[in-house]
Design a protein around this ligand. Structure first.
Ligand SMILES: *[C@@H]1O[C@H](CO)[C@@H](O)[C@H](O)[C@H]1NC(C)=O
Length: 908
């Protein structure tokens, strides 16, 4: 939850009382003036659009090319700054462009443990194509790199097409470390914002990168903000006259359709046009501002950072999947989550006591709605001392968790990085004694205000602090915890209620003497990492053989968070516009390597009505992370509290999620092995269709399903855009959409939203309604075979124990299904570099549902394994929502899921 935007507890209570008075309508309380704009920020205003230019040049005599590495001196006259430029060529589809001062200056670099290890050494030699007095041209795989000396520019093309220019607008700048001079302008050595003064002991050290994507009209990425998928120009009307900002902040009541940066930052941008996708990643954790303008047919970006170095990765694989696969080599892929965490999560600030927990848990069973996890927010603790319990309301936390677990479910408690300054609280006293807290500029433990009042903040940038923190999660250390308890990290931007912009002072000091200015955007990932390490440690103790996978949700994030755990989009509101913007927000996270994410279903602030609640669940079932959550002051909103009709609709939606889990888990496996997104923009699947490049009101779940949310009140119809060149089948009725339907108006009722299967795909499902994922474990599968124009389809199924790391040793099942020449076959899926799957499950395929088989006069029959014959019958697509009989169904073929088999479809 967000900071109350108040400096004291008393103020917070007053605010609460006031908002209760006003609670009949949602007040838009985003306090624009509590956050800095570019013009109010010295490094941004002095670099934004530096029109005169800095005129950097390469010193030709300095240039050295040594296989995969080119180095040269960059300097500018008359200021004669001397910089080191390094260009490296890597085997995994990228080129790295670095600029730093001379060695010894010691500017901050993002530590290696934020990214994966080992990628630096996998280099591929540059090939020298040509060299002249003013230019060198190199190639690396499909990329051609042209470095011009005077003036300095760098142009990269991929497969013969221009992809990226650096400094073609002469906006490149790099502020040297300097000694203080009387003539220095205001803002160089000290900067004041509201009541806060930043002492800036290192002075100015900003950089400006000038990037042009030639011929690209659409760029994406640089989360997190609540705005469109295709980034709008920042030279537009307010609020789009401000650059996008990357600075992790706890933004109270954020607005939709706004460029303002929220809780997490991924400095990754992707540009796409017909025939080419290119990606860039600036590995830098300081505050950033990014201007996007669209002159002519190009997109031009000025990217300004307060400190650190220029460390730009350019991904040259040419397509979005290739860009993401290369980025994953550096930042990592999504950790395969425990299966339970892909079920539905029920959260609220707060489930009050043990009786409340029992009642909510029982409510799901009473209303036959599946769910997997019940969450406890900050009120479960003893006075916001995390890892403790308020014994007046949670006197028996272990039996409580065991009771929930007896029905195959799990629990989550919140644990935040601010530690109450109370010597009687063991976490504080141990951490204080060991010197584990972030220091202020006077080298004392930083003392800031957060939920518990006066708090200090664990310095998780230190590996030793992270190990100590991880140890706090073993069952003997965390009193009242069981192996069924998982963790939620909130407020890890970090949120400091009385700090500048509700975070920490930039002149605070971390491990190694690093200023908070340099690593601000890493605080969240390091805290998340340390907590996840804690659950991993616990998992290796409770399950020494294979280790249990961790589950830790975080609000703040950076590049690499995908290796740690999921994030959610923070404190949204119960408004239609927030439902709508959740889609581009999650699509953007998928395009920047962090697909395991979700938005709070129902909206955190305010009270959704039955219609908004229904529509939100209908979309939420497709979010990779699927949780309902609500603010303390809102009315209760468990799924059965909106009347029987709404309960039935929400039940249908959530059961639909559970039916899709075999498909969703298989998508997670692809995210785990190859960095692929789970929710995908339409253009990702149809990269040549220009009319789709900016579409963000629809999305794909994997490659097989297209979803159109209904995000307006009272809608009786919506316009659906269906990409051309594919066949589409209504996922409720199974009816094929007439060919060449581009955009069409679809009638909707409150019972559902438009969802389609894309012809050419085989989708595994489990259709028996159960109370949780654990209860589905022995259920048979259904295969939906949706044929394309050639009468073919393909898909796969991944399964493992859903819980441990045994899959990393090959303890998994992965099958490929193909339908071709009227034959459906199942074969083992093989992926280079991975151990072969060795898991055998005694489960069967109980139904095969064909969509799009051409009409046959006397129907069809299936010949199974060349032997026994079963007729195909007209039937509904799904057992969950028996509607029209537009599918041909093979019932009870009893095909063993772990083995090879063939089913031939022949005319009856
Ligand atoms: C997949 O996720 C697991 C953690 O769940 C991780 O150990 C592994 O490195 C990831 N990647 C691959 C290719 O398995």
């Amino acid at each position: 939850m967000a900071a109350p935007g108040a400096k004291t507890r008393v103020q917070a209570i007053l605010l609460l009382a006031l908002s209760l008075v006003l609670s009949s309508h949602v007040v838009s309380a985003f306090k624009d003036n509590e956050f800095k704009k570019c013009a109010q920020t010295s490094f941004c205003s002095r670099n934004r659009g530096v029109q005169q230019g800095q005129n950097f040049e390469i010193v030709p005599a300095s240039l050295v090319l040594n296989t995969a590495t080119l180095t040269a001196t960059l300097s500018n006259k008359p200021a004669s700054k001397t910089l080191q430029l390094t260009l490296t060529s890597h085997a995994d589809g990228f080129v790295r462009f670095m600029v730093d001062e001379l060695p010894g200056v010691g500017r901050y670099q993002v530590p290696g443990d934020v990214l994966v290890s080992g990628w630096e050494t996998k280099k591929a030699a540059f090939k020298e194509e040509s060299r002249s007095a003013n230019q060198i041209v190199l190639s690396s795989g499909d990329a051609r790199v042209e470095l011009n000396f005077q003036p300095f520019t760098l142009a990269i093309s991929v497969k013969g097409q221009p992809a990226l220019q650096i400094n073609s607008r002469n906006l490149f700048n790099f502020e040297h470390r300097r000694t203080k001079q009387d003539s220095d302008p205001a803002g160089y050595w000290e900067e004041t914002w509201m009541s806060h003064t930043d002492s800036k002991p290192k002075g100015p050290e900003a950089m400006s990168l000038d990037l042009v994507f030639p011929g690209f009209q659409n760029v994406y990425g640089i989360p997190e903000r609540a705005t469109s998928l295709s980034l709008r120009p920042t030279n537009g009307a307010a609020p789009y006259g401000e650059p996008y900002r990357l600075y992790n902040l706890d933004v109270f009541e954020y607005l939709d359709d706004h460029p303002f940066g929220l809780y997490g930052s991924i400095p990754v941008m992707m540009a796409h046009k017909k025939g080419l996708t290119v990606g860039v990643f600036w590995n830098n954790a300081a505050e950033m501002f990014v201007d996007v303008v669209k002159p002519g047919r190009d997109t031009a970006v000025q990217w300004i950072t307060e400190s650190g170095i220029v460390d730009l990765f350019v991904f040259v694989g040419g397509s979005a999947p290739a860009v993401l696969a290369s980025y994953a080599k550096v930042a990592g892929t999504t950790a395969l989550p425990q299966l339970f965490s892909l079920g539905y999560h029920q959260c609220r600030w707060n489930y009050k006591d043990e009786a409340d927990v029992k009642a909510v848990d029982g409510g799901f069973d009473e209303h036959a709605i599946p769910y997997d996890v019940l969450w406890l927010d900050i009120e479960h603790t003893n006075g916001k001392r995390y890892l403790t319990w308020d014994s007046s309301v949670f006197p028996n936390p272990i039996p409580m968790q065991e009771d929930v677990a007896s029905r195959g479910r799990e629990m989550v408690t919140i644990v935040d990085p601010h530690v109450k300054r109370d010597h009687a609280y063991y976490v504080f006293s141990e951490a204080e004694k060991a010197g584990h807290f972030v220091k202020n500029k006077y080298n004392n433990d930083f003392d800031g205000w957060c939920w518990p009042g006066q708090s200090s903040y664990l310095d998780v940038t230190s590996p030793a602090v992270r190990s100590w923190w991880a140890e706090q999660f073993t069952l003997d250390k965390y009193q009242g915890s069981t192996k069924h308890l998982y963790i939620w990290n909130d407020m890890n931007e970090p949120s400091v209620f009385n700090g500048p912009e509700i975070t920490m002072q930039k002149d605070n000091i971390h491990f190694g003497g690093v200023e908070h200015r340099d690593n601000h955007n890493l605080y969240g990932i390091y805290y998340h990492m340390a907590t996840a390490e804690g659950l991993k440690l616990r998992g290796s103790i409770v399950n020494p053989e294979s280790g249990d996978r961790p589950f830790v949700l975080s609000r703040a994030f950076f590049s690499g968070t995908q290796r740690v755990g999921p994030i959610w989009t923070g404190d949204n509101a119960a408004q239609w516009s927030h439902l709508k913007v959740s889609v581009p927000m999650l699509l953007t996270l998928g395009l920047t390597g962090l697909p395991y994410s979700g938005a709070d279903v129902g909206g955190f602030f305010g009270n959704p009505d039955a219609e908004l609640m229904t529509r939100w669940y209908q979309v939420g079932i497709f979010y990779p992370f699927f949780r309902g959550h609500a603010h303390l002051e809102t009315q209760r909103r468990e799924p059965w509290l909106f009347g029987p009709e709404t309960t039935a609709r929400i039940r249908t939606a959530i059961r639909g999620r559970y039916a899709m889990l075999p498909y969703i888990y298989t998508l997670f496996r692809a995210a785990n092995t190859s960095g692929l997104p789970i929710l995908r923009p339409l253009w990702y699947e149809f990269p040549e269709a220009e009319e789709l490049f900016a579409v963000d009101e629809e999305f794909m779940l994997g490659s097989a399903m297209l979803v159109k949310p209904v995000s307006a009140a009272g809608a009786s119809s919506v316009d659906v855009t269906l990409p051309q060149g594919a066949r589409w089948y209504d996922a409720l009725t199974g009816a094929m959409v007439p060919p060449r339907t581009k955009s069409h108006r679809v009638q909707v009722t409150l019972d559902g939203i438009p969802v389609y299967y894309r012809g050419g795909n085989i989708v595994p499902r489990r259709e028996r309604p159960r109370r949780s994922t654990a209860a589905q474990a022995n259920d048979p599968y259904t295969l939906v075979v949706a044929l394309d124009d050639k009468g073919e389809a393909a898909g796969s199924l991944y399964a493992d124990d859903g819980r441990t790391f045994a899959f990393t040793r090959g303890d998994y099942l992965h099958r490929d299904f193909t339908f071709k020449g009227m034959k459906l076959t199942s074969t083992a899926h093989q992926e280079p570099g991975l151990p072969a799957g060795t898991l055998t499950l005694p489960l069967t395929v109980e139904r095969v549902v064909f969509l799009g088989l051409p009409p046959a006069r006397r129907g069809y029959k299936a010949v199974i394994g060349g032997k026994h014959t079963v007729p195909l019958e007209a039937g509904p697509l799904s057992m969950l929502a028996a509607q029209a009989e537009n599918a041909l169904v093979l019932r009870k073929p009893d095909l063993p899921v772990s083995h090879d088999w063939t089913v031939e479809i022949v005319a009856a």
